[in-house]
Design a protein around this ligand. Structure first.
Ligand code: KIV
Length: 270
């Protein structure tokens, strides 16, 4: 799909018009090219790269250097989609100055915006980033960088008081200048209430159909990740099976001498 570059203002316009926003994660130039060509609006260089690509147990070990490397690759493969880069754990929580410096490096690596996890506790950093011209996407609900504080990867905001707190957190991010908010693994009613309460788009993952857009981790939806996949992630294809089958065939062919094929003698010219 061709067309002009997706800008943060286009996402708000999509919310106003009731058009769904489509986001997927990407970690390398080749996949970015494929997903961009398929018409995805936003490519997130998620810190999920640590789990689905780099073999870490969680996102806490992901470094700024990891994110810079993958952001550069995704930016090289993208021509239309908005590229958003996750700020990894401890690159924006310590001080506003550090947040600005680190976000700036991700923008220099080719991202058009950064994503941060948290509510009022990081609103000061969000406000400053926006003031200096760096667009910020928020991330509420299940926040994988806070897995230890949250006691595991559980659904969030199901009880009434938790839903009210989530709506407040979303308001705080919107006031600080966030241009969109990811809602991860929150109750469907919570997602509906936040989406109705704020003017900026919500993008859901495992949070039901009421958000302004949806995001999935691309190796989950492509069946490309060999580990555990969340139950909400629809698999559109099972590439794990195709890759395993192809690799086994190659192993057999090489061992049996079927590959490479013996070249046929060239037909003699008359
Ligand atoms: O890192 C990531 O892939 C994310 C998505 C789950 C939204 O933050």
């Amino acid at each position: 799909m061709s067309g002009s570059k997706v800008r943060i203002t286009d996402l708000r316009e999509k919310k106003r018009r009731g058009e769904k926003i489509v986001m997927l994660t990407a970690y390398d130039a080749n996949m970015a090219r494929l997903l961009d060509g398929a018409g995805v609006d936003v490519l997130l260089v998620g810190d999920s790269v640590g789990v689905v690509m780099l073999g870490y147990d969680d996102t806490l070990s992901v470094t700024l250097d990891d994110m810079l490397h993958h952001t550069r690759a995704v930016a090289r493969g993208t021509s239309r989609a908005l590229v958003v880069a996750d700020m990894p754990f401890m690159t924006y929580q310590v001080s506003v100055e550090e947040a600005v410096r680190n976000a700036g490096r991700l923008i220099q690596a080719g991202a058009a915006a950064v994503k941060v996890e948290g509510g009022p506790a990081i609103a000061g950093a969000v406000r400053r980033l926006v003031e200096v011209g760096i667009p910020v996407m928020g991330h509420l609900g299940l926040r994988p960088q806070s897995v230890h504080q949250m006691g595991g990867y559980h659904r969030q905001a199901v009880q009434r008081e938790d839903i009210e707190a989530l709506v407040e957190d979303a308001h705080a991010l919107e006031r600080a200048g966030a241009f969109a908010i990811v809602l991860e693994a929150v109750g469907h009613d919570a997602a509906r209430q936040v989406t109705a309460a704020i003017g900026v788009p919500t993008i859901g993952i495992g949070s039901g159909p009421h958000c302004d857009g949806q995001v999935l981790v691309s190796p989950d939806m492509l069946g490309l990740f060999a580990g555990q996949i969340p139950s909400f992630a629809k698999q559109y294809v099972r590439l794990v099976d195709d890759i395993t089958r192809a690799a086994r065939e190659y192993v057999d062919d090489v061992r049996a001498g079927r590959f490479p094929e013996v070249a046929l003698p060239a037909t003699p010219k008359p």
